[in-house]
Design a binder for this molecule. Structure first.
Ligand SMILES: N[C@@H](CCC(=O)N[C@@H](CS)C(=O)NCC(=O)O)C(=O)O
Length: 341
């Protein structure tokens, strides 16, 4: 364990940067956020270049550029003790991992979709993202960067599967997710109980954009889920929240509101994970899945085949009594298909 602060680069419009900064604050791990999407001179560059990028010493002490928030959270769990974000019950930890993955990989579809589909959202995001990329650009350069960023991202909508066919599924799904989170927050401070799990930070990261930045999804959040909006504000800095082991959800049943959230995972995300991985295996470049009884067609996304593999690996590693808990919790949610066969 090193005593120097962790260093990372990222910008406020990156949900994964927000996820990791909030997680480090909660864990009371000192860090320095380099406010840039390009790192800083002399620092290594990640391939692929993603935000946030962490700069971490390897075994020889050489700095490496490391990305991907989900494995980084597990690495920091191993390297730093206290204020863990992984529930000690392996069964609950599996549910936490599944919800974290849903936030990172499905809710981000809604984030990207709203930001780059609607005129008001594009008009806000283009110039502000450009100011983070090139803070000192002249007005003319700035307008040109804003234009370039917007056209590039609009062109990339297809990567997340946002198109006229999937728009109703994404938008109805986002609104239901808000409503079930709202219901859960009536009785619990976090998804994982009275203390946050990794999934809380994943959801928080996407919601910093959906509920706090992009005008179209933000108006929906204010209308449908005011508690969720309040929660996002609080989750940013949980450094002073005192927690104990007793704060995790306990009991042999999950709260019904968490089951409702898992039902959204089963409805919106599980069919995509399966169809994507099967298409990748079959060497296809595109797949169609049935989501919410409607066709969803998008390009294959190799990274999400890895996500599914990680979840299945964790499920396989469970002891049989733990697996029975998970099976019971997932029964009827649509998530069962993730772990069958
Ligand atoms: N799975 C990664 C995803 C990170 C990611 O996709 N970051 C986005 C920004 S939020 C990015 O850097 N995209 C590259 C680009 O837009 O060029 C994680 O959890 O950190």
């Amino acid at each position: 364990m090193s005593s120097s602060p962790l260093r990372l680069s990222g910008v406020p419009g990156s949900p994964y940067t927000r996820k990791m900064a909030a997680l480090l604050r909660y864990r009371r791990l000192p860090f320095q956020l380099i406010p840039s999407s390009n790192g800083a001179p002399g620092l290594p560059r990640a391939q692929p270049h993603l935000l946030p990028t962490f700069y971490l010493p390897d075994a020889q002490g050489d700095l490496q550029a490391v990305t991907d928030s989900t494995p980084l959270i597990r690495r920091f769990e191993a390297e730093f003790s206290g204020r863990s974000v992984i529930p000690p019950s392996p069964a609950l930890a599996l549910i936490d991992a599944l919800l974290e993955d849903f936030a990172d990989e499905w809710l981000t579809k809604a984030m990207f979709h709203y930001r780059w589909s609607y005129a008001a959202d594009i008009a806000k995001a283009g110039p502000i993202l450009a100011s983070w990329l090139q803070p000192l650009a002249s007005d003319a350069e700035w307008r040109s960067v804003a234009q370039k960023v917007s056209s590039r991202q609009i062109e990339r909508l297809r990567f997340v599967g946002s198109n006229p066919q999937t728009t109703p599924i994404i938008e109805a799904g986002y609104q239901r997710v808000l409503q079930v989170m709202e219901a859960h927050l009536h009785a619990h401070r976090f998804m994982m109980g009275a203390r946050p799990g990794a999934c809380d930070f994943g959801l928080y990261g996407q919601l910093t954009q959906l509920a706090q930045f992009d005008p179209t999804p933000m108006a929906l959040a204010v209308e449908l889920a005011p508690r969720v909006c309040g929660w996002v504000g609080v989750a940013e800095d949980l450094s002073g929240l005192e927690v104990s082991d007793a704060n995790w959800l306990t009991g042999s049943d999950l709260p019904p509101t968490l089951t409702a959230l898992l039902s959204e995972v089963g409805r919106l995300y599980a069919p995509l994970l399966r169809a994507n991985a099967h298409a990748l295996q079959a060497g296809q470049t595109e797949f169609t899945a049935q989501v919410d009884a409607q066709a969803w067609t998008q390009q294959v996304f190799p990274y999400q085949a890895k996500c599914w593999m990680w979840l299945r690996r964790d499920y396989q590693a469970l002891a049989s009594d733990e697996r029975q808990h998970v099976d019971r919790w997932l029964k009827g949610t649509g998530c069962e298909v993730l772990f069958k066969d």
